[in-house]
Design a protein around this ligand. Structure first.
Ligand code: PLP
Length: 427
């Protein structure tokens, strides 16, 4: 049955009443309550089924209720939930060793959220700038980021994010960040001073609207970091863990020239997909960048056993199923299908991190006729009413970030609903 035909259950009305009374609202939410997940689908308290191309916001890489992840969590929960960050625990050590072995980085520190991992990376860079000062011996403190970049919602990570809407928020900001336009190599070179200690960006801007860093930009950043002993920091909270069609998106870039070899970050932050839905994040660094001293960094839940068990199950499952290959194949097919609809343009992204714009002239004609203000949000809401979850992180565009188990059949099912939603909103 189409979700729009399902009646609201009194229990759902009761739950929404609780939300109205008790939740500190930080953003609009639709009038529904999610209850259960299974593979590519979510179910709400009215029994409506949703095809999930939001994937828990690029988090549930294995889909919902994945048996291996569920089993790992159940077993670890019964054995040891928390032993404090003062001690090592078994899953922490085994997982850390496996995780590091699958990256080009040497050591890892664990956190719970992407913002926490990025805060750690910012602190690590500042420490590096104190250990390797600029001319005259003063610590280097400045970090270059990109306009439209997104690194989290703590004060420092908001200060690092190049989101125009945040410029006036929560002043005073944490100083020490300078943003350049993504892929503007001249601006990047220009922004480097004797005070600069790191360059931080997402290989593909996710919240900014799915825009990839160009090979030229990444090469220039790597060369500047080599030349000036700065740290190249990749925020792969969204692109990591097979989402971009490689285990990590840094694998998409190579040095110039024949046999140039891969471009490797000095520092890498991971979140979202790393825990498959369990709160987990990681800060990884090359040996030379591991400059924290005792007391510099910590966190009550760093290396928490349940999170470690989740991380291990997710890594094992991704490797076992070679999910980056599925992300690549399904992502390619998804982009082809989106490209074939004349109402969508600038279809972009890699793997199963895909964005598309609503065609400007069609959207303008619709807006003129109906007075609609945010057509992309209308498409998102209409798709949801027909049983499909997608989102629109920027005006005029749609983003598709399903679990990495999405098949071509799921893409076809998604396109059928999206087509219906585009028909309703744009015609
Ligand atoms: C989501 C995201 C973050 C923030 O992660 P949280 O877990 O919400 O703190 C940071 N960087 C990027 C690229 C993200 O997509």
């Amino acid at each position: 049955m189409e979700p729009s035909q399902v009646e609201r259950h009194p229990e759902t009305a009761r739950l929404l009443g609780l939300a109205a009374r008790s939740i500190m609202e930080v953003g609009p939410k639709p009038e529904l309550v999610m209850e259960r997940g299974e593979g590519m689908y979510l179910f709400d308290t009215d029994g409506r089924r949703y095809l999930d191309f939001l994937g828990g916001w690029a988090v549930n890489c294995l889909g919902h209720a994945h048996p291996e992840l569920t089993r790992a969590l159940q077993e670890q929960a019964a054995r040891l939930l928390n032993a404090s960050p003062a001690f090592y625990n078994r899953p922490m050590l085994e997982y850390a060793d496996r995780l590091v072995a699958h990256t080009v980085l040497d050591r890892v520190w664990f956190g719970s959220t992407g913002a926490e991992a990025n805060e750690g990376a910012i602190k690590l860079a500042r420490k590096y700038g104190a250990v390797h000062p600029g001319e005259g011996g003063s610590p280097r403190t400045e970090i270059i980021t990109t306009l439209g970049g997104f690194h989290g919602r703590t004060l420092a990570t908001m200060s690092a994010s190049g989101k125009a809407k945040w410029r006036e928020l929560f002043e005073p900001k944490v100083p020490g960040f300078r943003s350049v336009p993504l892929n503007d190599v001249a601006a990047l070179r220009e922004a480097v001073t004797d005070q600069t200690v790191a360059i931080l960006f997402e290989p593909i801007q996710g919240e900014g609207g799915v825009f990839a860093a160009s090979e030229e930009f990444v090469r220039a950043a790597r060369e500047l970091c080599d030349f000036r002993n700065m740290l190249l920091i990749f925020d792969e909270v969204q692109t990591g863990f097979a989402r971009a069609g490689r285990l990590f998106a840094y694998e998409l870039y190579a040095r110039a020239g024949a046999g140039g070899g891969p471009i490797e970050p000095d520092v890498l932050t991971l979140g979202k997909g790393i825990g498959g839905g369990f709160p987990l994040a990681a800060l990884l660094a090359k040996e030379h960048a591991c400059v924290f001293e005792p007391g510099d960094q910590g966190g009550t839940y760093s290396g928490q056993p349940l999170a470690m068990a989740a991380g291990q199950a997710v890594l094992d499952s991704i490797l076992e199923a070679r999910l980056w290959e599925n992300a690549e194949a399904s992502g390619r097919y998804l982009r082809e299908r989106l490209d074939a609809d004349p109402r969508l343009t600038r279809v972009r992204g890699a793997g199963l991190l895909v964005g598309a714009d609503l065609d400007g002239s069609i959207a303008a004609a619709t807006a003129k006729r109906s007075g609609a203000e945010n057509l992309a949000q209308d498409v998102v809401a209409t798709a949801r009413a027909h049983g499909l979850l997608i989102n629109s992180p920027q005006p005029g565009m749609l983003r598709f970030i399903p679990p990495l188990i999405a098949s071509k059949d799921h893409v076809d099912e998604m396109m059928a609903i999206l087509t219906k939603a585009l028909d309703r909103v744009l015609d």
